[in-house]
Design a protein around this ligand. Structure first.
Ligand code: GLP
Length: 246
């Protein structure tokens, strides 16, 4: 495991974006993409780097890391009203980079065969599997909440109360949704798929993530902190800021 410490978030996100973009240039790869507040600026830097350096992403397929259950992307809705992670990736990554629909693999758990199709696509050959993660305050990665077992795979899960509240306050509330409208379930790839990646990049910043980070990196490897499972992988890079370590 490598821990790369930066003075601030922007420096860390820029370094991660440049590193990933360079490694994708002209290569075949599968890139599994997280969402969340942390990732917005990272994707902005990633798009900028790709444009500045004319990175060739034609061999890359992009995968949604997770998705709310029951929410389907609706391009007719204004930005923000559509809270699907598919829309988030479309707005922050795919449209700015001009990624065509055939190169995007979404999680659509409520459709018959939705998960099976995703599983098949992820297992297909196509170069390195690179997963980009954020982390929840309770140590979740993707939507693998505390209690997740290391061998758990792609599945529909119940969200914890803390995650529902955090994500409501961070996203849904500002767009006029009531707390009752907040999804209670989601679909997520599991530790099994995450740990099958060739390379895992985790972005983790700020005081609010300190406890989760310490448990994930220095704590016991167990279900109380699913991010601790990353200790079992040989190629994990953490990008953190100095505020996290203070
Ligand atoms: C959601 C996502 C996670 C993400 C987490 C942290 O729960 N499912 O993939 O890591 O939020 O988000 P933020 O970056 O906003 O703290």
């Amino acid at each position: 495991m490598k821990i790369r410490v930066f003075e601030n978030q922007l420096e860390a996100k820029t370094a991660a974006a440049e590193q990933i973009a360079d490694s994708l240039d002209g290569n075949s790869a599968k890139l599994v993409c997280a969402t969340g507040g942390t990732m917005v600026e990272f994707y902005r830097e990633f798009c900028r780097t790709n444009q500045d350096r004319a990175i060739d992403l034609r061999g890359v397929r992009f995968f949604n890391l997770d998705e709310y259950y029951g929410i389907e992307m609706d391009p007719a809705l204004p930005e923000g009203k559509d809270q699907s992670f598919a829309r988030y990736l479309s707005d922050n990554l795919f449209r700015p980079l001009g990624i065509d629909v055939d190169s995007q693999v979404r999680l659509v758990p409520h459709r018959e065969d939705g998960l099976e199709q995703y599983r098949t696509e992820l297992a297909c050959s196509g170069g390195e599997l690179i997963t980009i993660l954020g982390i929840g305050k309770n140590g979740h990665i993707a939507f693998n909440e505390p209690g997740t077992m290391i061998e758990d795979s792609i599945r529909v899960v119940n969200l914890s109360e803390g995650t529902i509240i955090d994500n409501y306050k961070a996203n849904f509330e500002a767009f006029g949704y009531s707390f009752d409208e907040m999804p209670r379930k989601a679909c997520t790839i599991g530790p099994r798929e995450i740990l099958s990646s060739n390379r895992i990049i985790v972005l983790c910043f700020g005081k609010t993530k300190k406890h989760a980070f310490e448990q994930a990196v220095f704590g016991t490897i167990d279900a109380s902190c699913p991010a601790s499972y990353l200790q079992t992988h040989e190629n994990v890079e953490w990008y953190v800021d100095s505020a996290l370590l203070r």
